[in-house]
Design a protein. Sequence first.
Length: 313
Amino acid sequence: MSLAEWIDGFFGSIEGLLAVLLAAAVFLGLYIYTSSRLQAERTEALERIRQSLTLYTQLAGPLSAAVNRLDHDPEADGQLAALLLECKAADRLTPQLLEQINAYLKDRDHARLPRLSRSLESEMNTLVAERGETLRRLETPGFGLGLWLLLKPAVPGLLFLAVVLLSSALITRLREPSSWTQPELWLLWLSSMLAALSVYRLLMDARRRLPGSLFYGLHLLIAAAALPLFFWPEAAYYTLASQLMLYAAGFWFQSAPSRKERPYAGHPELLEQFRERTSASPEAEDNAAGEPVRRAPEPRTPRRGKARRSPKS
């Protein structure tokens, strides 16, 4: 059997062989592009951690010295304020630490420095642990993680191939005159596209900072809803409606704020509310009029041990 006969028998024609070669070239190009993009994202993430840690370590020393210093040093306070302003440019600056920095720069109250120092140390420890975990996953990955890092760049190419095959199947069905009056064909194609998009988001856009259970759950349900279409194409009406409702539900569900996002003791909002309640209280008005403020008597602490019984008369 000659090469031309083998190609004609296996691929159908020279055009079929060229289509296969073109698809392989497109797949290889997508794999190389995705691999380089993922590597650039990992490098950028490490660079952000390094930049934030550099600013934090420059601040940690003067901030610790300011906490332990008893006297007032204007020059040291000015240097500390300059370092705090530089820390506001950190890429991984959290909202909690930013609020504490702004609160200190606003009133220059040294009573805020111990809490600010503890928050800064906590953020530094978190970034150091995250950097170590990222380097470990990249330099010495396990078997499963290493296999996933090898296969992950192929996800866009495989999904692109699936989209092309589904679109080709739709075009083939539309060549029949009676198919234009069947809306389930279009609904089947649209539902498959939504499922492919959810699979892409699930496998490629999953990051640690996204809401885990909500993100994974919704996209997994949207992708799984298209599975019955392989053996029941008439269910495209219900499948598409379910997927659209799940997409709409993603805009309504809001994850609960984390502990760092909630107001803490010394939070500027809580302090402002406390000042407003204090200024609006009747005791504050009496004090402004020059009258002494009557304080409630402090509760007496109970004595330990059993109380002695008084002798009967």
